[in-house]
Write a protein that binds this ligand. Structure first.
Ligand SMILES: [Cu+2]
Length: 173
């Protein structure tokens, strides 16, 4: 056996058994990087098929590009960025704040993925994506975020992404 070592939190998160719910496939990523956010939809609403997924962006990101899905109507909402953001030396004045795929049909017995390409914020910490899952009968609101210091198990957790600081520049002497 290997000696006990300190395991970064992100590895612990990544090692958590895949839950049902709506979760991200990759639960950790480098701050400031481009990141393919793959949201995994494991079941419907109490047996009812999924007919829509809406995802709220946790904060302004310069790139939010959803992947179209055959059979689903893709839509986005945008909002101005008051302070402006910069991307490749250009100012981004407006960003996508919400993405939705509607009008499809994903049976409860089946599995599917919904993908958005993101340019992640330049900070470490966590991002919580609040998700509404619409079903033929009812809906699930995946919007719960843990309270600081609480280990309470959440019934309807938002999808979480752990941002890792970019590696500092390495100096050879
Ligand atoms: Cu679940």
């Amino acid at each position: 056996m290997r000696p006990a070592v300190l395991v970064p939190l992100a590895l612990l998160l990544a090692a958590t058994p895949a839950q049902a719910h709506v979760v991200l496939e990759q639960k950790s990523a480098i701050a400031g990087s481009y990141y393919k956010a793959t949201f995994m939809v494991g079941h419907g609403c109490g047996g009812s098929p999924t007919t829509g997924i809406e995802i709220d962006m946790p904060e302004a990101m310069a790139v939010v590009k959803p992947m179209p899905k055959p059979g689903w109507t893709l839509a986005t909402q945008s909002a101005p960025v008051p302070a402006g953001m910069s991307l490749h030396g250009r100012t981004v004045a407006e960003v996508v704040t919400r993405v939705s795929w509607r009008g499809g049909l994903l049976e409860d017995a089946h599995y599917d993925e919904f993908v958005v390409l993101l340019r992640l914020p330049e900070r470490d910490g966590r991002l919580y994506f609040r998700i509404t899952q619409h079903c033929g009968n009812g809906r699930n609101d995946w919007i719960e975020v843990p309270e600081a210091g609480s280990a309470r198990r959440l019934e309807m957790p938002a999808a979480v992404l752990e941002l890792q600081p970019a590696a500092p520049a390495h100096h050879h002497h």
